[in-house]
Design a protein around this ligand. Sequence first.
Ligand SMILES: [Zn+2]
Ligand SMILES: [Zn+2]
Length: 256
Amino acid sequence: MILTVIGSCANQISNREGVSLLIESGHDNLLIDCGPGIVAAFGRCCRKTSEINNVLLTHVHADHMAGFPYFVWNRNFECMGNTPPEDLHVYGENETLRLAKYMIEHCYPELAFPFKVIYHEIKAGDSFNSGILNIETICANHAVPCISAVIKGEDRKLVYTSDTLYNEQLVDKAQNADVLVHEGMMPKSMDALANKVKHSTAFSAGKFANDAKVKQLLMVHIAPSLLGQENVLIDEASLNYQGAISIPYDGSVYRI
Ligand SMILES: [Zn+2]
Ligand SMILES: [Zn+2]
C-alpha cells in the first residue's frame, strides 16, 4: 500500500494545501478529500487527477471539498482528445454528497463529461471497497458530520482521523495500525479553542497513537501559524507516544 500526502495543512499557504491523502495498491486507489488547491497539489506531486477513480469526501468544510468540481473538470481536461478516464466513484454522507452534486451541476451545467460521476451515499459505520482496498468509515467528533476511515489492503492498515476530537470508538478500530494519520492542528496551550472547534491538539494525537498502539504517527492539518514550530507539536505528541512521529510535507510518499 502506498500513501501519498497530496496536502498536509489546515489551510492553503504558498507551499501547502489542505489535507488530502492518496492511498494506492497497484491500480486500485482512493483519494480522501478534495480541498481548494487539489489540482495544483496533484501537479506538484507530478500526478494526474485522471488516474483517480475513487474519492471519499469526509465532510463539507471547504478545506476538504471546495476543489471537488474543479478536480472532476480537470480529469476531463487532462484527457481531452485522448481516451477518457474511468468513471469516478464518490463516497460520502448525505449532506456532503448533496453539496458535491450541487457544485458539479451548477459549475458545469453545459458539460456532459465523457465519464460518469457515480455517487455512493454512506453512513458512518459503512464499508466499501476500491479493488483490494477495504475502507471502513467511523463517525468522527467534529463540528459538522464527519467521517474517519480505516483502510486495509495488502495485510496493512492505515487510519485517517479527518477533523476530530479524541474518539474512543476510532481508537478501538485503529488498534495496531501500521500508520495513523491524525490531525495535530494545535499545541496544548490552545486546548480550549481546540475543544470549541472540535479539532485535535498534537498532545491528543499522541495519546490516540499510544492508546491504539499504532506503529507510526503522521500529524497533518497543521495550523499555518504553527509551521516552523513542528518540533513543538512533535514534542507534545511524544509526551504520550514513544513511536515514530512525523509531520509530512505535501508530496511525501510512504510505502506502508
Ligand atoms: Zn473540518
Ligand atoms: Zn479541516
